[in-house]
Structures are given as C-alpha cells and as structure tokens.
Design a protein around this ligand. Structure first.
Ligand code: ZN
Length: 242
C-alpha cells in the first residue's frame, strides 16, 4: 500500500532529473520522522479517519501489537501506566520511534476522583517523568482510569500540561476476552473521527488486530493517532476530547 507521503516523495524524486534513483531512497522515512509520521500523510478533513487507542500497557503482548501496526502502516495511541513504563521501557521507546502517540494513564490506575489533589498530581507527574525519561518527551494527552473524572481531575491534568482524552466507543475487550466478539464490537463502534478504546494487555485484542485492521481499511478507514484526528488543532491543557 502506498501512503500519500510515499507518493509525494516518489513524485518529488521524478522531478529531480540528475540524481541517481538510489539517492532518493532514504527520503520517505526522513520526511515521516520530520513531520510526525501519519499526521503528515493523512488529512482527516478529507478522508475517513479512526483512532485506535490502547490502555493499561505496555504489557507482555505489546511488542506483537507494535509489529502488526508497523506491518500495516497504522499509527495508534497508547495510554500507558507509569509503573508499566518502568517495567518495559524498550517497548515505550519503540512506540515513540515508530510514530505512535503516547498518553498518560496514571502510575497505578486508581479512580482519580476519590483521591486528594496531591495524590492525583503524584500519579500524573510520576508517569510524565517515566515517559519523558524514556522518550525525551512528556505526554500531552491523559486518559483517566475507568473514565472516572471530574472538573478537578481535568484541571490537575491541565496543570501537568495535558488534555483529557475519553472515547466514542469502548469495546469492553477485557471482559469479552474473545477475538470474534472483540472484532464484531470494534466494527460496530467504528465511525468517522471515532476514538476506540481497547487494551493491549488483553491477548485476544492483540491476536485479532491483524484481521481487524485489514477489515477496517477495507471499509475505508485511515487508522491514525488521536492528534492526527484533530487536523492540526492542539488540545489545550485541561480540555476534554472528544
Ligand atoms: Zn485503564
């Protein structure tokens, strides 16, 4: 499959008369890295986009998922738990290197509205630091565990420089634990500019992903990061989306 970026690069190469063909080969990855990968090659104002998001990782099967996504040219968004970042830093590094978006899902997955301000800030900050230590960049997106949040939680996340990302469809994959059912639910929930919540710590989700991605693409979806859905608009700290 050709992305628009590759086509553009090929067209650019065709316009350069004197250069041997091999001289232009490194151009596509360099361009993708420079402009932030999928965001540069997919315009969600013009095409049907969908954001796949994976919470609670990285887990034991996350490497397999990353390989599936890389092979199919798909970018996703991962909302990571700080303590798992600490356990599996290499996977987090790989996520960032392969153009996926990384968000904060707290250190230990508590229900945030039940905590004191300082406890919430500690959960968020420790995770920001863990991700920044591995990737060189603290997340700008945050997803509250269980989707449990309120104005106070959103404001405290804003203080750490993050917008809050919820979802348009949740698969309950952790409860279904069945590849066929997970596939059916995602296909039912999929819609233009949707944000689908799944978990890369659920092995059945990771196993069904190659077939699921293939079917979503067949239905015309471009699978992008949450930020790519926003078409260049940056969420303000404390803002909630969608
Ligand atoms: Zn979670």
């Amino acid at each position: 499959m050709f992305s628009r970026g590759l086509v553009t690069a090929a067209m650019t190469a065709a316009l350069l008369p004197a250069f041997p063909a091999h001289a232009t080969l490194p151009a596509p990855p360099a361009r993708a890295a420079l402009h932030g990968g999928a965001a540069a090659t997919v315009d969600c104002a013009k095409v049907k986009c969908l954001a796949l998001t994976f919470d609670d990782g990285p887990g034991a099967a996350t490497g397999t998922l990353l390989t599936t996504l890389r092979k199919s040219g798909v970018k996703a968004t991962f909302f990571l738990m700080g303590k798992h970042v600490e356990e599996r830093p290499a996977l987090v590094k790989r996520m960032a290197a392969e153009g996926h978006e990384i968000g904060n899902h707290t250190w230990s997955h508590p229900s945030l509205p039940t905590l004191f301000d300082e406890e919430i800030t500690t959960e968020l900050k420790a995770t920001q630091d863990a991700v920044a230590q591995v990737t060189g960049r603290a997340p700008r997106l945050f997803r509250p565990p269980y989707g449990q949040t309120d104005d106070r939680v959103a404001a405290l996340a804003g203080d750490e420089g993050m917008a809050q990302v919820l979802w348009t469809g949740t698969t309950l994959d952790w409860k279904l634990r069945d590849e066929k059912k997970i596939r059916a639910v995602v296909l039912k929930l999929a819609r233009r500019d949707g944000v689908i919540l799944m978990h890369d710590v659920v092995p059945q989700t990771v196993r069904v992903m190659p077939a699921l991605v293939k079917e979503l693409k067949k239905r015309g979806y471009h699978l992008v990061t949450v930020s790519a859905l926003l078409q260049g608009r940056r969420l303000a700290p404390g803002e909630t989306y969608p």
